[in-house]
Design a binder for this molecule. Structure first.
Ligand SMILES: [Zn+2]
Length: 403
């Protein structure tokens, strides 16, 4: 059968849904991916992938938070020559998915309403397994393929960040499955820089001698007000540059509130936030704006002797932005496959980081496709089965298209 010209893809739809139901029922919140990795290995072996082609890398030894396993990497030797392709997705789910009980309801898979579902990214996990199974079962001609199942995506893109690109076999492009609709191709994403500020003020009795204290809470509040006033808070636009920022945490030591009594001038506050932009240099500029704002706030709050708080500002790059070229081969391939499926593509730029950010940084142009995730990270999460089916067809086509 000529897969390319007819788009008549030999997909066992019920079998594909069975795989998805199975993977959704295996718990695997971020950092605890051992069980789902085992389930995936099992399914791949059943589909005819030799055990020797399935292995874990050692990325987890470099991830700074406890992580049960490395990334799962699978090699599918080509049945025809050609540049190597890679398909990727992430094994982990957000903690809200713990204990999820998937059930089929019409054209959807839903949870019981007490947890999220985990279609993010088990739709991708199932799609990669269905891809391997379909290629093998129907002996479809394809170039060498690497399957990459990453760990700890949800808690900071750690698995993709810490992987060693040399272990991937040299793919020329990657199709990452972690999106919603099959028609939506994610071709770029913002980068992010995080910031935090520690403010050490001076305690004093708020009724007897408020002038002898230095309120750390006030310094924090004035700093945020200044950041807002100077245009660095929320949606940020300066000339033709743009980005976003947020204050996420405003508290005290060890997750406690800033201060613990109304009659004491607060001597300690801790604030933590982020900045995002398609240009990392602009995310850095936003963080510069916060740093200047807290410096100004520090000077404004003094005790009776003119002393100020001690303000320590720290910043850390979270992930780099990326944007695929319009004529990138992976964009062309995805566009062509969607056209064969009769689906009109839309091209999206994501306001959040994806594994694709790090894969692209590693030199592998990566597009992210969708396979039915919906209302992710909420207890209303569900999988749209028609989109999952389209995503599976899209994946198989992208693996088998002539160049
Ligand atoms: Zn995801």
């Amino acid at each position: 059968m000529d897969v390319m010209s007819t788009a008549n893809i030999p997909l066992d739809v019920e079998g594909a849904i069975d795989h998805l139901m199975n993977f959704l029922s295996v718990e695997g919140v971020t950092g605890e991916e051992a069980a789902i990795a085992a389930a995936v290995s099992e399914a791949l072996k059943k589909a005819g992938v030799p055990a020797s082609a399935i292995r874990f890398d050692d990325a987890n030894t470099r991830i700074p938070v406890p992580t049960q396993t490395g990334n799962l990497i699978v090699d599918l030797p080509g049945t025809k020559p050609g540049p190597r392709l890679m398909f990727s997705t992430h094994l982990d789910t957000v903690p809200l998915c713990a204990g999820a009980k998937p059930k089929r309801e019409g054209d959807r898979i839903v949870s019981d309403g007490t947890t999220a579902l985990g279609g993010d990214a088990r739709t991708g996990v199932a799609l990669l397994v269905v891809l391997a199974e379909t290629l093998i079962k129907h002996k479809l001609p394809h170039p060498p393929i690497t399957l990459l199942f990453t760990v700890r995506e949800e808690s900071g893109l750690h698995g993709a960040r810490e992987l060693n690109p040399a272990e991937l076999g040299g793919p020329v492009m990657c199709i990452n499955v972690d999106g919603q609709l099959a028609s939506e191709l994610i071709i770029g994403a913002v980068g992010q820089e995080n910031w935090e500020v520690e403010i050490k003020g001076k305690a004093s009795h708020a009724g007897v001698a408020p002038d002898k204290g230095i309120s750390a809470t006030l310094v924090g509040a004035l700093g945020l007000a200044e950041a807002k006033r100077t245009g660095w808070f929320g949606k940020v636009v300066k000339g033709d540059e743009f980005g976003t920022s947020n204050i996420g945490i405003f508290g005290g030591k060890n997750g406690k509130p800033a201060g613990d009594a109304t009659n004491v001038v607060t001597d300690y506050a801790f604030l933590k936030g982020e900045a995002r932009s398609p240009e990392l240099s602009f995310a850095t500029k936003i963080v510069d704006g916060y740093e200047a704002a807290f410096a100004k706030a520090k000077a404004e709050v003094t005790d009776h002797e003119g002393e100020t708080a001690e303000v320590t500002f720290r910043r850390a790059a979270a992930y780099p932005p990326f944007k695929l070229a319009d004529d990138a081969l992976v964009v062309k391939r995805a566009t062509k496959a969607l056209e064969l499926l009769g689906i009109k593509p839309t091209y999206l730029f994501s306001n959040g980081g994806l594994d694709a950010n790090w894969l692209d940084k590693a030199g592998i142009p990566t597009i992210t496709i969708g396979a039915g995730q919906a209302e992710i990270h909420t207890i209303k999460e569900y999988v749209k089965l028609d989109e999952y089916e389209k995503g599976c067809r899209l994946g198989i086509l992208m693996a088998t298209l002539e160049d």
